[in-house]
Design a protein around this ligand. Structure first.
Ligand code: SF4
Ligand code: FES
Length: 369
């Protein structure tokens, strides 16, 4: 018997793939969409209206860099008018004076700024953007001055994991309410850069301990969220909270996706907003139904007591590593190919060539090799 489809709670709106940074850990697809394919203001507004009708409570305005859209204020205003909580996910560079105030006036609820390093040289090297660190610090100041809550997002990997204590200091200095230490997930550009980004086990273990202690010491002062590294885990995370369970992603051209990497799964056909209403896509699109709930699962997930905790983990990771999205996520210790994760760590950490393949729009990714 198929499970009833509940309404979604969250939506990640990738307003654009354009971005001033070129981070090699980016989870955007390798084939980035150019500006001429982005949805118009009116289409985004229609989509947000339907999302609110459908029950969406939070919209994460993301990209790429969402502030490159000059209509961002109008989109925030519309969402706020519908009572939807808005979170701006920004790189925090190139923010003109007054923009954050304008967004706050439009009704923006929260800002998340990513830092590629806790120190300027690391941020510049990983983002491939001169002056990025200082610009981010200035944006964080504008966010606090506007009275908006601030989250610092620190995507961590081999090249900045030893800066985790300094990330914590930075978040405190900037007056953030929340720090997200997010071990990089290997999808999109990050998968292309896996060998260059993969940390070693000893660094991961040190990091886990540093974060655990800081969470204890800073309880009530700074909330530290920790996104654990799948390759070093015993069990997978419930990716997206479960496929098509309570959240979805919309790409810049209006393609509605169950997750940001779903396009890597062959044979799934994704529908575009405008060709069909959002509610119909959510409820009836075959791509959304493909892995919703538990009825698609084979063994060992089908008889596992965690199947409604992690919902079988990440379908895109199963695709990337097992070569089949229907397989158990190899991050799970019960997966018959779990040992492949350890082999991939070894292979990556033995790689001496740590050159990044920087994220770039409109170039073949092979060109950088
Ligand atoms: Fe999750 Fe499947 Fe592993 Fe059970 S067997 S823990 S449901 S991935
Ligand atoms: Fe697609 Fe995890 S990224 S299910």
């Amino acid at each position: 018997m198929s499970e009833p489809t509940l309404p979604p709670i969250g939506m990640l709106a990738e307003l654009t793939h354009r971005c001033p940074l070129q981070c090699p850990y980016c989870s955007n697809p390798v084939e980035l969409l150019k500006a001429n394919l982005e949805m118009t203001t009116e289409s985004w507004r229609a989509l947000f209206d339907q999302a609110a009708d459908l029950g969406v409570l939070q919209v994460h305005l993301s990209g790429g860099e969402p502030t490159l859209r000059p209509d961002l204020e109008a989109l925030v205003r519309q969402l706020a008018g519908r009572g939807v909580y808005t979170n701006l996910i920004t790189a925090g560079v190139g923010m003109p004076e007054g923009r954050i105030d304008d967004l706050a006036a439009a009704g923006l609820d929260h800002v998340q700024i990513s830092f590629q390093g806790a120190f300027a040289p690391t941020t510049e090297r990983i983002s491939n953007h001169r002056g990025a660190h200082e610009k981010k610090i200035a944006t964080a100041g504008q966010v606090r001055a506007a009275g908006l809550p601030l989250t610092i997002n620190a995507p961590v990997h081999r090249h900045n994991m030893d800066e985790v204590p300094a990330f914590i200091d930075l978040a405190l200095e900037l007056g953030a309410e929340r720090l997200e230490i997010a071990n990089v997930q290997y999808a999109g550009w990050a998968l292309l850069n896996r060998n260059a980004l993969m940390p070693d086990r000893a660094s991961v273990e040190r990091q886990v301990e540093v974060v655990r202690q800081a969470q204890e010491q800073l309880y009530g002062i700074l909330t530290i969220d920790f996104v654990t590294p799948d390759y070093f885990a015993m069990y997978p995370k419930p990716c997206m909270g479960g496929w098509a369970r309570d959240a979805f992603v919309v790409a810049p051209d209006g393609t509605v996706l169950p997750c940001h990497a779903a396009g890597t799964i062959p044979n799934l056909v994704f529908e575009r907003f405008g060709e069909r209403d959002l509610a119909e896509i959510w409820q009836h699109s075959p791509a959304f139904s493909a892995f919703r709930g538990t009825s698609w699962m084979g063994e060992p997930c089908r008889s596992c007591d965690r199947k409604e905790i992690d919902w079988g983990g990440c379908r895109c990771q199963a695709m990337a590593i097992a070569g089949n999205a229907r397989e158990t996520d190899p991050a799970c210790i019960k997966s018959p190919i779990h040992a492949r994760m350890a082999a991939l760590i070894e292979e990556a950490t033995a790689t001496e060539d740590c050159k990044f393949l920087y994220r770039r729009i409109g170039t073949s990714y092979l060109a950088g090799r």
